[in-house]
Design a protein around this ligand. Structure first.
Ligand SMILES: [Cu+2]
Length: 69
């Protein structure tokens, strides 16, 4: 999994929005774990990081950092 530091997620609704946006982009075979509490989204490494960042951005949140976990 690759970890993305994301700001703007405040509740479980935000977690769902981000997760749904990523699943729509990449399909259900990609694993997504979004945590508003940690301000972090973890996504399968198979997902292109640039597209992940773009997708999270388009959903209305901001990626501050990408970390290879
Ligand atoms: Cu929310």
């Amino acid at each position: 999994m690759r970890a993305y530091k994301v700001s703007g997620m405040t509740c479980s609704g935000c977690e769902r929005s981000v997760t749904q946006a990523l699943k729509e982009r990449f399909g259900d075979e990609i694993a997504v774990e979004a945590s508003a509490q940690r301000g972090e989204v973890r996504v399968s490494e198979a997902a292109d990081p640039q597209i992940v960042v773009f997708t999270i951005d388009t959903a209305g949140y901001t990626v501050d950092e990408v970390k290879d976990a």
